[in-house]
Design a protein around this ligand. Sequence first.
Ligand code: ADP
Ligand code: MG
Length: 249
Amino acid sequence: MSTLLEVSGVSITFDGFRAINNLSIQFAEPELRAIIGPNGAGKTTFMDIVTGKTKPDEGKVIWGDRNISLLGLSESQIALEGIGRKFQKPTVFEAQTVRENLAMALKTPRGPMAVLFHKKTAENAARIEEIAAQIGLTDSLTRVAGELSHGQKQWLEIGMLLAQEPRLLLVDEPAAGMTAEEREKTTDILREAARTRAVVVVEHDMEFVRRLDCKVTVLHEGAVLAEGSLDHVTSDQKVIDVYLGRAHA
Ligand code: ADP
Ligand code: MG
């Protein structure tokens, strides 16, 4: 396990409000991490900063084996570096089949190797089967995405992100709107995906986080309040005061 992403001393102020406040957080490769915290803690802003959507006022965001600063890169350059992001709302192509959606998402060959078209076609078909199995949609490959359930659309979008072979996958509140059964399957998919990459999941559903069975970081007022196992952080009095106490009040 080595450090894949190192965020240190990052701050950003929106209209005088410090949404991220001297935040330092690291992720290893591979690793599965859950990020929890009250509304407005800065969880989504943290993802915006890592993906280049928002540039911080200060701090460092260092990536990969060559210690690249992500702050100098555009959103698309960061995506090419291997950082994928799943937003809350699924954005699959509703009129296309599951297979077509996955095919469009596959990492496309670049350069002279792209001429080996036939070999590539067979490889792609195998890769699509592999991803479909991983997201539990093998039996739905020929279905039109618009007919899928909400949960299945979410899995398809996760599959489309996996097709890009990201080294880091950021997932914002995947459990929202899912049935209990779909949530359970989603934790399986994320845990499996995290065997070979870093997967960072922002989620409010504690049962979901428990099932992820991973290290948890609690964000509060744009900084890390506590970090460790779920049992460790949920028994921390600071966490109870600012988050758990309030969530159940
Ligand atoms: P979380 O995802 O933890 O609920 P956010 O990262 O969405 O929190 O927001 C943190 C704080 O920053 C909130 O108070 C939010 O209103 C503010 N904020 C986030 N993005 C912007 C923005 N682009 N402009 C102004 N304020 C923002
Ligand atoms: Mg958010």
